[in-house]
Write a protein that binds this ligand. Sequence first.
Ligand code: SF4
Ligand code: SF4
Length: 365
Amino acid sequence: MFYRSVSTPIVKPVNGLCNLSCSYCYASGLKECITGDYMRVETLKFVIDFFCCEQDHIEFIWHGGEPLLAGLDFYRKAIEFQHPWKQKGRKIVNFLQTNATLVTPEWTRFFAKNNFFVGVSLDGPKESHNQVRRYQSDKGSYDAVMRGVNLLRQAKIFNGIICSVSTLNYNSPKELFNFFITKNIKKLKFARVKNIGHCGDISSLTVSPSQYTDFMIAIFDLWLELDDPEVEIRDIQSVVNLILGGDKRECIYLGRCDQFATVYSNGSIYSCDSFPNMDTLRFGSVSDNPIIVRSNQRLKNFQKILKRRKARCRVCNWYFICKGGCARNCYEQFDSIEPLDEVCENLKRYFEHISVKIKSCGIIR
Ligand code: SF4
Ligand code: SF4
C-alpha cells in the first residue's frame, strides 16, 4: 500500500515540559536536547503548511511533555492555520495526548467545537497511579486526572486511556482491567515502561518483554471472557483484526516507522519520538521544502535499514502482523538488522496465544 514518509506528525509544542514529574518519564530528558521550549506562532504555521501541502488526509498528534502547557491561544492559531487547507478539501484530524490535569470546561468547549480526539494517561487505581504520576511537590495526580477525564467525557471528546505497565502493576492485570471496566473506560492502550535512555535511573520500574507479554496475554484472556464489543484494547484489536484478515494496525504493526515524524518546538523534524534525539535521525525542519526533507540522506539511510529488516523477517510466520516490529524496541542498535531474541520470542508467543484462542472460539478455522 502506498504511503508517504514523514507524513504523520507528532508535534511537541513545549517539547518535554510538563506540570507533572512522573517517575518513568522519558520526555523529561528532551528538555536538555532542544532549546526554546515553547513553539513560536511562525513555527506553528510552518508545521501546518509542511504537513498539509502534499497530502489529502492529515492526522496531527499533539504531544508532550504536557501539550496543554502551550495554551489555548496556540491551538486556536493551529485551527486558524489549518482552515485554508480544509477549504481546499484537506481532511484534517487532530489527536491530543494529555495528562488531563489542566483540562477545564473552556478547553473541552474548544476541543469539542474543533473535533479533537483527546487521549489521557492514567495508570489505573488511585494508589498505583499516584505512586508514579505525581506533581513535583510529590502530590499524586489521580483526582485531577479523573476530573479532566470526566470533563472530556461530558464533552464527548474522550479518546481513551494510555496506561503504562511498570513493575508496580504488571502483576495485577485483573485488578487493572476491572478498574477500567468499572469506571466505564472502554478504550484502552497499554504501554510497557522500558529503559529507553532519555532520563536517568528508572530501571526499578521497567518491565521485560517477557513480563509485559505475560501481562498482555492475561489482558487478552480477560477481554475475550468479558465479550463486550465496546471494549477496545488497541494493541489486541490490531492483532485480532490482522489474524481475521483485516487491516487495522497500531504503528508497531505497520512496518512504516519512517511515516512518523516528531516535530520539536523549534521546528526540527526527527523520527518517531520513541528514539532519543539522535543526530542520525534528524531529517530537517518544517521550514524546509518537504521534497528536500524526503530526500534527506539520513532518512534514506533509516529507510534502507527498515527495508533490510523487513527482508530478513519476511520468512517469519508472523510477518503479516509484525512486519519486522517496532524499529526502536525490537532492535539493539539503530542499525541492527537482527531483532532482539527476547523481544521477538515474546512477540511470537503473544501472536500464537491470540491466534490459538480465537481459533478455539470458532471465530476462524
Ligand atoms: S519506532 Fe516503534 S513506536 Fe515509533 S513508529 Fe515505529 S513502531 Fe511506532
Ligand atoms: S516476530 Fe520477530 S522475526 Fe517475526 S516479523 Fe516480528 S520481529 Fe521479525
